[in-house]
Design a protein around this ligand. Structure first.
Ligand SMILES: Cc1cc2nc3c(=O)[nH]c(=O)nc-3n(C[C@H](O)[C@H](O)[C@H](O)COP(=O)(O)OP(=O)(O)OC[C@H]3O[C@@H](n4cnc5c(N)ncnc54)[C@H](O)[C@@H]3O)c2cc1C
Length: 387
């Protein structure tokens, strides 16, 4: 596996164990069927509890049956899962960073005890509802409303492009609390079997096919007051979850790029044209050298983010830089790897085209490439250029 600057030599025994276990899981449980799942547009839902048993969901949380591993261990885990498929890493990211993380950070003790053990084992599945049909890059414009009625809230609105919504037991829904002054954004834990909740699957995706995506309809949905996340108000609630998930993406996409590179390297050494392996051509070696260098750059960024995060010094703008850089890198690397496989490269028999297609989603979700450009631009100049 490509580790040109020997970064993995610094991993602790625990981090190596997590890496090896995730690699074994991907090799045995994901690689054999992932092409079929991608073609069929399905996620291997039967693996959700096994992923829980293996500690893939929010393993950085300590307590509630969760192991409390370090941020670098979490990054390494995301990298190995995305080497299998971005759909697999998305499942773990949403469950961990976007559902369990806000419950842990902002939830009441009752909410934590009710949900964290069940989500950690994969007995329950969660989803994160922020994006709306009319509000994607600018979620603060959200129209979902929660109106207080006695000791309940009544929710109305619609969310779209929600990973896992059709298979979720609980949705973290972000909406404006119209009963409070200035209608702040609040997080609501909405069980998907409540009256008035619908979750329709979005079909016809040409990217992230091995992942379940849907919408969430909320039509006069009554939610008790105890199901509101008490510890946060305003956009910092959803945005802090996104920083956590983007940290995982910055690591994850390095895995996808590495897998595309390894596939192209092996193919180039085995594929003969003009009397010998295509790996002997300078043009193909140039592609391999470029890919290896780009991936190594991405690895360096990911490892540095982990150091900063473990010290408690990581800024969300630094995460934006790594998400933006590493996703573009993985998109470029998977396209070059696809080229090197010739005609075979466009099939599901090999991973690069699948990774390339997935990168179109990863480039867009969790803040588009453009939005992260604006985040960096504002940080560097002090002048926000969003509007
Ligand atoms: C497969 C998939 C899974 C997803 N999962 C989830 C999920 O689990 N939960 C969730 O809440 N959301 C999820 N999303 C939604 C995702 O976060 C949004 O698609 C994303 O934020 C972009 O919003 P949009 O699609 O409405 O695009 P728009 O905001 O309409 O953007 C369209 C284009 O305009 C550009 N643009 C927008 N504003 C500016 C600006 N100020 N300056 C320059 N360019 C700009 C964008 O970069 C983009 O290129 C998912 C999306 C996909 C595709």
């Amino acid at each position: 596996m490509l580790d040109y600057l020997g970064l993995e030599a610094d991993l602790t025994t625990e981090e190596r164990m997590i890496r090896d276990e995730a690699r074994r899981f991907v090799d045995e449980e994901i690689r054999p069927d992932i092409g079929d799942h991608f073609e069929a547009g399905t996620f291997p839902t039967e693996l959700i509890p096994e992923m829980g048993e293996l500690g893939f969901y929010a393993p950085t949380i300590d307590g509630y049956g969760l192991p409390g591993v370090g941020d670098r261990a979490y990054g390494v885990l995301m990298q190995e899962l995305e080497a299998g498929d971005s759909g697999l890493r998305s499942m773990a990211s949403v469950q961990g960073a976007l559902v369990m993380h806000p419950i842990h950070a902002f939830g009441s003790e009752e909410q934590k005890e009710r949900w964290l053990p069940a989500l950690g084992t994969g007995e329950a599945v969660g989803c994160f509802g922020l994006t709306e049909p009319e509000h994607g890059s600018n979620p603060s414009g959200m129209q979902t409303r929660a109106e207080k009625d006695g000791d309940e809230y009544v929710l109305n609105g619609s969310k779209t492009w929600i990973t896992n919504s059709p298979i979720a037991d609980v949705a973290v829904v972000w909406g404006r609390d119209t009963s409070a002054e200035e209608s702040p954004v609040r997080g609501f834990l909405v069980e998907t079997d409540r009256d008035g909740v619908t979750t329709n699957e979005i079909h016809d995706k040409l990217s992230m096919r091995a992942s379940v995506t849907g919408d969430i309809g909320l039509d006069d949905v009554r939610v008790p007051e105890e199901d509101v996340l008490p510890g946060v108000e305003g956009m910092k609630g959803p945005l802090s979850c996104l920083t956590q998930a983007r940290y995982g993406i910055s690591w994850g996409v390095v895995g996808a790029a590495r897998d595309a590179f390894e596939t192209a390297l092996e193919y180039a050494k085995g594929r003969d044209q003009f009397g010998g392996p295509i790996a002997r051509f300078q043009m193909q070696q140039d592609k391999l050298a470029e890919m290896a260098t780009k991936i190594t750059n991405g690895q360096l960024m990911a490892y540095r983010l982990a150091e900063l995060k473990e010290r408690g010094e990581l800024r969300n703008q630094q995460v934006s830089m790594a998400k933006r850089h590493n996703v573009r890198m993985a998109r470029e690397v998977s396209r070059t790897a696809r080229e090197m496989l010739g005609g075979n490269g466009i099939t599901t028999d090999y991973s690069p085209m699948r990774h390339l297609a997935n990168m179109e989603t990863v480039y867009t979700y969790e803040g588009t490439h453009d939005i992260h450009t604006l985040v960096l631009g504002a940080d560097l100049t002090g002048i926000p250029a969003f509007e």
